[in-house]
Design a binder for this molecule. Structure first.
Ligand SMILES: Nc1ncnc2c1ncn2[C@@H]1O[C@H](COP(=O)(O)OP(=O)(O)OP(=O)(O)O)[C@@H](O)[C@H]1O
Length: 323
């Protein structure tokens, strides 16, 4: 279990001194600018959850992940992973964690992929028979066979990401922190990474915290989403309730057999966006209005043939939270 209690992180950056010898005076000066990257964040994640951690650029996501993994120390508050602090009990906690930063590889650039794995296996002191079995499983799950002999610098971005994911799983951690694992990938590569993460979570019950700007990642993988903005949590809950809470309009397109008779006025709060002879496009807020009620009303206006409903795009739902 992951427990985050009232964590804060303030960065101090030296104020740049202008004028002659500015660089030197900046070095010697004691003037600092404070940036509160994470203001007061608390949440808990249970074993086996798949949680999306999202927010606009500069919201504080990477800073949080770095505090969760022990790379950064919180200015205040506490992080506990299975009851241990990643800062105070680093060795113990690191064994439970797999971490992937999409923008950076943990593999050795000039070495063949499998040599990087050998180094990591030695670093984690994994029993050789266990390591070989695990590597075999990961090679199969991530389709790595052809990559093992290649130097990391020769891999495509998608291949590199698959190789990095395997590296983060070699010591069989039960928690995975992923910071933008699908960044820059094409549709096919994204699908393969998502498939792997889905399997890890559903079949192997790994707990996953995923940071991404790709809302399809979130929609396809996560049951729960935590939204952070300006260093604070602005939403924590299911994707379904988020849609409902934001209440963006649902669009319905209704086709009639023959002419539709639109009355001068109607009681229910929905709007007609487009009207053709045998077709209406309407918009309604499903928070305040059930689809069935709307359809009952619309069926009185003609002989209904077909209904097509479009839920608000998840990307739009999220945008409205970022403002
Ligand atoms: N080492 C640092 N020193 C000073 N300020 C920092 C440092 N690291 C991050 N910040 C600032 O803290 C804020 C949060 O940064 P962070 O990298 O956590 O955001 P993010 O949500 O991960 O953004 P992105 O989506 O762009 O990666 C930003 O304003 C950033 O400039």
């Amino acid at each position: 279990m992951i427990s985050v209690k009232h964590i804060r992180k303030t960065f101090q950056t030296p104020v740049r001194q202008e004028g002659r010898f500015g660089g030197l005076r900046t070095l010697l000066s004691r003037a600092y600018l404070e940036k509160e990257a994470v203001k007061d964040i608390s949440f808990e994640i249970e074993t086996g959850e798949f949680v999306g951690y999202i927010g606009p650029n500069g919201a504080g996501k990477s800073t949080t992940i770095k505090m969760l993994t022990g790379i950064l120390h919180p200015t205040a508050g506490e992080v506990l992973i299975h009851g241990y602090s990643p800062q105070k009990h680093r060795r113990r906690v690191v064994r439970q964690l797999g971490v992937v930063f999409g923008q950076r590889s943990q593999l050795w650039w000039d070495l063949p992929v499998k040599d990087s794995y050998e180094i990591l296996i030695a670093m984690y002191r994994i029993d050789s028979a266990v390591a070989q079995r695990r590597l075999g499983e990961l090679t199969e799950l991530l389709n790595l066979k052809e990559l093992l002999e290649m130097p990391v610098r020769k891999l495509s971005l998608g291949q590199r990401m698959r190789a990095d994911l395997a590296a983060s799983m070699l010591h069989d951690p039960d928690i995975l922190f992923l910071d933008e694992p699908t960044i820059g990938l094409d549709v096919v590569a994204k699908r393969s990474i998502r498939g792997f993460l889905h399997t890890l979570n559903k079949e192997f019950r790994k707990t996953i915290l995923l940071t991404t700007h790709d809302m399809d990642d979130i929609e396809q993988l996560c049951e729960r989403v935590i939204v952070i903005n300006h260093g604070q949590i602005s939403y924590d809950g299911s994707i379904g309730s988020l849609r409902e809470r934001i209440g963006l309009p649902t669009v319905m397109k209704v086709t009639y057999r023959g002419r539709v008779q639109v009355p001068a006025q109607w009681e229910l709060p929905f709007q007609i966006m487009e009207q053709e002879e045998d077709c209406l496009t309407i918009s309604c807020n499903r928070q305040s209005l059930k689809a069935m009620e709307v359809l009952r009303e619309l069926s009185a206006w003609g002989d209904m043939e077909d209904v097509h409903m479009e839920e608000p795009d998840f990307e739009e739902v999220i945008q409205s939270l970022y403002q």
